[in-house]
Design a protein. Structure first.
Length: 490
């Protein structure tokens, strides 16, 4: 696969592009994301499905700009897919030919189930969850992928989308007709023969806009959308507020951006109808969709379209790009696990915190690559925004705080106050801070010393193969959790 790859997705409402760069066999990072709301299907549903001249010209102009960006970023591979708008339009072939002739770009039209499959591949690999159904609301259609035990079981596409609903029902204020239309279409989902999970992974602009409103009104501390999770019962009133808004000024007051005013009611209506009819309890927001699914289908074609077990693309990508020394990162990771295991009779922490401690220890030094001074703070900010995929928000925030408070003194309650709702209890954070500090101190001279740990009478004995003055000088300065002592033995 090319080092730099461009994926373009031509949807009914928006056309989007991502440019992704490989850093190792399975790791990659986003280097560009561009969106153009060309509304290519505007006017088509009231004209026998035929695409109209002005939207087509907007799409052609935007594609030209997308290709300029791709070329500037030295992309060596371009995959362009088109969904509902072009697959439904009787005159789509003429547009595809024009794009090929004028821009030398091949557009591949994908059918509905394939579009759903790509959304499923993205969610399966980039969202931390095993059993869910994806809901991808576009301008012309809505796709569903059923995932159970980490496998895609079934994919469905319905001709229900924001632009389609606007032109067929909302322009005439026929909400009863819209409701009946959606419910009739959903019969296919309910009768598909597969168990409907209680969790939805939501894909698409309308769903992301809804999540932004919920985050804002709940004073959610983390400014990250991908992976944001909310309980439906306690947040359903936000859906009603949008649907009850009388005009664009009311939508603006709710926090809806101007570029969403023309489709947010339709998108909310569709999503609420789906959630109610399928009895969904929880929604996880996905920032990844068809584009990432297309890319992953290419990247992972030799591994059954899934990342290898115990592989995290975000961690690997950060290490590929920013670690100082791979041997150091490996040493810190192993040592973290050994320290956690030795102290387990005292801290009694769930093994998931061992995983987070190991990741934090491996990633600790990446802030130094940015700037040696304030490296812990640099890493903290970088982790909050850099662990993009396959992490719960709580895990991402915990890892960032473990690194930030890898200090001789333990964090105080006020240090953790801002992100308290996403962090484990105070005592757990103190233990994690203490353990990473011990880990970093042991290898302060970067010599990767052989070391063993033994806990006896609440005292952690650290057996070093040789005397290291820097370690012995600093270890006694580390503040330990209550009832724990540390002694170095050489």
């Amino acid at each position: 696969m090319a080092k730099v790859t461009t994926i373009i997705d031509i949807g009914s409402n928006s056309m989007r592009m991502v440019v992704l760069e490989k850093s190792s066999r399975f790791a990659f990072n986003l280097i560009n994301e561009t969106k153009s709301r060309v509304k290519i299907s505007e006017g088509c549903y009231e004209n026998d499905g035929n695409l109209q001249e002005k939207p087509l010209q907007r799409a052609l102009n935007s594609l030209e700009s997308f290709l300029n960006i791709s070329k500037a970023l030295k992309s060596r591979k371009i995959i362009c897919v088109a969904t509902s708008a072009l697959r439904d339009a009787p005159n789509s072939k003429a547009f595809i030919k024009k794009v090929k002739d004028e821009l030398k770009l091949n557009i591949k039209i994908i059918d509905g189930p394939k579009e759903a499959y790509y959304g499923g591949i993205a969610a399966l690999n980039l969202i931390y969850c095993n059993d869910f159904v994806t809901v991808d609301i576009g301008g012309g259609s809505t796709e569903f992928a059923f995932i159970k035990n980490g496998k895609i079981e079934h994919c469905i596409s319905l001709d229900v989308g924001t632009v389609r609903m606007h032109e067929l029902f909302f322009e005439r204020n026929d909400l009863e007709g819209a409701k009946n239309f959606v419910l009739e279409k959903l019969k296919e989902v309910k009768s598909c023969g597969f168990e409907i999970p209680s969790t939805v992974v939501g894909i698409g602009g309308s769903i992301r806009a809804l999540s932004k409103i919920i985050k804002k009104n709940n004073s959610y501390p983390l400014d990250i959308l991908h992976g944001f999770t909310y309980d439906l019962d306690t947040n359903k009133h936000f859906f009603d507020s949008i649907l009850d808004a009388e005009d664009n000024a009311s939508l603006k007051l709710l926090g809806i951006k101007k570029d969403r005013h023309d489709t947010i009611k339709e998108g909310t209506f569709i999503f609420k109808s789906i959630l109610d009819e399928l009895n969904i309890k929880k929604v996880i927001t996905s920032g990844a969709g068809v584009r990432e699914g297309v890319y992953l289908s290419d990247l992972l074609r030799s591994s059954n379209y899934k990342f290898p077990s115990n592989f995290n693309v975000s961690v690997r990508s950060l290490l590929d790009r920013f670690q100082i020394d791979s041997k150091l990162s490996t040493y810190f990771g192993k040592n973290a696990g050994d320290i956690f295991n030795a102290l387990s009779p005292l801290h009694n922490l769930d093994n998931k915190y061992r995983t987070l401690l190991v990741i934090a220890s491996k990633l600790h030094s990446i802030g130094t690559t940015l700037n040696f001074y304030k490296s812990n703070d640099n890493t903290f900010d970088f982790i909050l925004n850099g662990l993009n995929y396959d992490f719960l928000h709580s895990s991402r925030v915990t890892i960032a705080h473990i690194i930030k408070y890898s200090k001789k003194s333990l964090p105080s309650k006020c240090d953790l106050e801002k992100y308290e709702e996403l962090l484990p209890c105070f005592e757990t954070m103190q233990w994690l801070s203490f353990m990473i500090t011990i880990n970093l101190t042991i290898n302060q001279d970067f010599s990767n010393p052989k070391v063993k740990y033994k806990l006896k009478d609440n005292k952690l004995k650290i057996y070093l193969e040789r005397e290291i003055y820097l370690v012995q000088n600093e270890i006694d300065k580390i503040q330990a959790p209550k009832d724990c002592k540390v002694k170095v033995i050489t």
